[in-house]
Design a protein around this ligand. Structure first.
Ligand code: NAP
Length: 340
């Protein structure tokens, strides 16, 4: 076997919002026969996720930084072209943390087969993947919403936010979504039946907008964005409210340490729980979460929306576009040549 592949490497660490020149597209040749347990894969769907911005900095965090001049890696759905692993055959769909490469040879232990009877292949990057599980565990295990309570979610039209809102509605809550455009407000209202929407880019005072949308106060705040939006929600929290600290995308490109109001007096006097989490904290409970999410998708109780950008070469742009809100639902890139 001799194949020419394309792959994206991190050329320069971004300062502020990433730009396309931070990445470089390289051509490589892979040759040689597959060894026992190896797979030759072709990438089909490539996930772009906000957390990858943190990996582009040099500093160590809960995941190691990307190395310069090495391929970026992330969640990928691929198809098996050739297999030296029993139980996996040509055409099977697999999921793994794989390089941003058009094709790759990997050990079979680095991927798992996905069942495209349960959900479509791309669902495993979204509602049946990391973002769906994040919504499920963050909301239900930390937020613990009770029927009749008010749940506010920021980043509400995104991959995590749309699932959080739908689960909260299923639990009988009043759901208010915070988003960055009028089209996204309309999507939340018409498609997902949110009870209220707030456009954080409008000129009006956010604290008052939230107060008006939540006359009974906020019981659960699912925070995907941080910064001034979260400062305004926290002003409106109720006694014994819960803040689910899921993401802080508004701060990921900060060049200086972000400063904000001291929120501890509010947390103290209102006995508020504020808990950060990484979805992998719940790894042992993933089967439970996946079973529930798959059931809800099958029953039509949860709808997953996606923004799929065609063309492997658009991966850096799709990633960068997350920071200006170009996506609704799960953002991903689909390879053009997906035939085997
Ligand atoms: P997403 O919401 O699908 O996409 C990002 C969205 O963030 C954009 O569409 C944009 O929507 C909004 N945004 C971008 N810049 C913003 C800013 N400066 N201020 C306010 N909103 C901004 O992404 P996702 O995958 O669902 O992730 C959502 C959050 O959860 C991210 O912070 C991510 O890091 C976090 N996350 C955490 C975990 C975990 O384990 N804790 C797992 C997955 C994701 P608008 O048009 O509305 O601005």
């Amino acid at each position: 076997m001799t194949i020419k592949i394309k792959q994206f490497v991190l050329l320069k660490r971004p300062v502020g919002v990433p730009v396309e020149s931070n990445f470089s597209l390289k051509t490589e040749t892979i040759s040689g026969d597959l060894k026992e347990n190896e797979l030759h894969l072709r990438g089909i769907y490539y996930s772009v996720d906000p957390y990858m911005r943190g990996r582009m900095n040099g500093a160590k965090s809960y995941v190691a930084p990307f190395a310069l001049n090495e391929p970026i890696s992330g969640a990928v759905i691929a198809r098996v072209v050739e297999s030296k692993k029993s139980g996996l055959i040509t055409g099977d769909f697999v999921f793994g943390q794989l390089p941003w490469a058009t094709e790759m040879v990997v050990d079979s232990s680095s991927v798992r087969k996905i069942d495209v009877q349960i959900g479509k292949a791309s669902d495993y990057l979204g509602v049946l993947g990391m973002t769906g599980l994040t919504a499920y565990f963050g909301l239900l295990k930390i937020g613990q919403p009770i029927s009749g309570e008010t749940v506010v979610v920021s980043g509400a039209a995104g991959a995590v936010g749309t699932i959080v809102g739908q689960i909260a509605k299923m639990k009988g809550c009043k759901v208010i979504g915070i988003v960055g455009s009028g089209e996204k407000e309309k999507l939340l209202k018409d498609r997902f039946h949110f009870d209220g929407m707030i456009n954080y880019k409008s000129k009006d005072d956010l604290v008052h907008l939230i107060k008006n949308a939540c006359p009974n106060g906020v019981d659960v705040y699912f925070d995907n964005v941080g910064g001034e939006i979260s400062d305004a929600v926290i002003q409106n929290m109720n006694f014994q409210g819960r803040i689910v600290l899921c993401g802080q995308i508004s701060l990921y490109n900060s060049k200086e340490i972000p400063m904000g109001p001291r929120i501890q007096p509010i947390l103290l006097t209102k006995s508020i729980l504020m808990q950060g989490f990484i979805v992998s904290n719940f790894t042992e409970q993933f089967p439970e979460g996946l079973a529930e999410l798959s059931k809800w998708v099958k029953e039509g109780k949860i709808e997953a929306i996606e923004t799929i950008i065609e063309g492997f070469e658009n991966l850096p742009k799709a990633f960068i576009d997350l920071f200006s809100g170009k996506n609704v639902g799960k953002m991903m890139v689909m390879a053009k040549d997906i035939a085997l």
